[in-house]
Write a protein that binds this ligand. Sequence first.
Ligand SMILES: [Zn+2]
Length: 134
Amino acid sequence: MPNDRTGYTGTCHCGAVKFVVNGPITRATQCTCSVCSRMGALWHGTDESGLTVLSGEDQLRLYQFGSMTAKHYFCRNCGIHPFSRPRLNPKLWVVNLRCVPDIDAASLPVSVFDGAHWEEAAQALLSRARPGNG
Ligand SMILES: [Zn+2]
């Protein structure tokens, strides 16, 4: 599998923000919400252990809107959004695989989260997750 190793390095465009995302990365999520669709982001969801910011934390700025739950971080110098705290669970991270050059994003199966209709999409996702979750 092309994306099954761990420790991929990602950056914003100018390189100020540098991070490591841990794999394996076997799929990606596209979100239809108003901000993700404009970003063109392909997301990889992970917990705290899956993302390490190596540099540029002081360059990050926060963008929030609507419910003010999700935290969309972007580089104040180049404007690129490398990762966010998703509204579905703000304790987790979603990492923008478009910012990780070593990931062959085109080879990944992409699932769509219909963030444009967030309440319905979240409910559908949670009810699908429930059976295996105890
Ligand atoms: Zn930058």
